[in-house]
Write a protein that binds this ligand. Structure first.
Ligand code: NAP
Ligand code: GLV
Length: 304
């Protein structure tokens, strides 16, 4: 039995179960010197000097950017992100929903409905719709494969990983203009790192096909909101589905709330399932206690 400290801005205390492990919350942490594992969501400052027994920090999400700079984490402490088939399945359905929305001109049909107008347009064949998925990891590669199976012309962009399945792969910053130049619908599933902060901006939006669509389910800080609004205004970008924002919750009165070409969801594209989190943490504790590497181990140098 290990001692787990649960620190979360999501109120999951009643839903999460870690079997027979002793679970403390940050409100009632007791002696930090006894804590072996931390399960966390949110920007909590951790004083590692007070945590001599700490073996791993588990993020309650796939991303770890909320943990801030990882360079201060002591060497022997593993940083582990959440990897889960249900999380991947949910993200895939969010991406498909929004690709279909734009491919099948749903915003245009909603306008026709509001005006009571009976008008039809023939959509392009899926094979003529070029989709670019930025991030070919757990989530990006599954979404890309699902879109490919629906017949779309899919390419992926990553730092190093190539996709299989006949999709084109673009690797590294140098390949970004070519990747974007063939992209009508951009899907962002990159983690937030120093390299990806602000990556979707006026410069990169103008590399996309004219009248492109942007789907952001990675992190809000990867996208410069003022630049997106300007590109929506000019028509350079025809529409956007946004799940993540520079500031969350999205502030009252923000232009995205009422923009006719922006489809907002409240960081809900793929929510961590509490049962899966419990299983993931408990399975990884067994692995760590046996000296095996945890599933979802984060590379602290890369930041994801
Ligand atoms: P992952 O498995 O670590 O994959 C990350 C991908 O991004 C990898 O393909 C990686 O390239 C690529 N990448 C990282 N930095 C890059 C760079 N500078 N240039 C090009 N490619 C880069 O992560 P994941 O599990 O798919 O999750 C991705 C992100 O989704 C999370 O970090 C989180 O921010 C977000 N997310 C959002 C929600 C939501 O509800 N909105 C839910 C879950 C996750 P390599 O393959 O070459 O390493
Ligand atoms: C959610 O945003 C996650 O990182 O899982």
């Amino acid at each position: 039995m290990s001692t787990i400290l649960l620190m979360s801005t999501m109120d999951l205390r009643d839903d999460l179960s870690f079997g027979s492990h002793e679970v403390r919350t940050w409100l009632d942490a007791g002696d930090p010197a006894e804590v072996e594992y931390i399960v966390v969501w949110g920007a909590f400052a951790l004083d590692y000097d007070t945590l001599p027994k700490l073996k791993a920090i588990f993020s309650l999400g796939a991303g770890v950017d909320h943990l801030g700079d990882l360079s201060g984490v002591p060497d022997g402490v593993a940083v582990v992100r959440f990897v889960d088939p249900l999380l991947t399945e949910e993200m895939t359905s969010y991406v498909i929903l929004n690709v279909l929305r734009f491919h099948r001109e749903d915003p245009w049909y909603r306008d026709r409905q509001a005006a009571g107008e009976w008008e039809q347009i023939i959509p392009p064949a899926a094979g003529d719709v070029r989709i670019g998925v930025a991030g070919a990891g757990e989530l990006g590669s599954a979404a890309a494969k699902a879109l490919f199976d629906l017949g779309y012309d899919v390419a992926v962009w990553s730092r190093s990983r190539r996709s299989s399945e006949g999709m084109q792969s673009f690797i590294g910053r140098g390949a970004l203009p070519d990747f974007l130049g063939r992209t009508k619908i951009l899907v962002n599933l990159l983690p937030l790192t120093d390299e990806t902060r602000g990556i979707w901006c006026a410069e990169t939006f103008t590399m996309l096909e004219d009248g492109a669509y942007v789907i952001n389910a990675g992190r809000g800080a990867s996208l410069v909101e003022a630049d997106l609004l300007a590109c929506l205004e000019s028509g350079r970008v025809a529409g956007a589905a946004l799940d993540v924002f520079e500031q969350e919750p999205l502030p009252e009165g923000h232009a995205f709330w009422t923009h006719p070409r922006v489809f907002v969801t409240p960081h809900a594209a793929s929510l961590s399932n509490p049962v899966s989190i419990g299983d993931h943490v408990m399975r990884n504790i067994v692995r760590i206690e046996r000296g095996a590497g945890p599933i979802g181990l984060v590379d602290r140098e890369r930041g994801y």
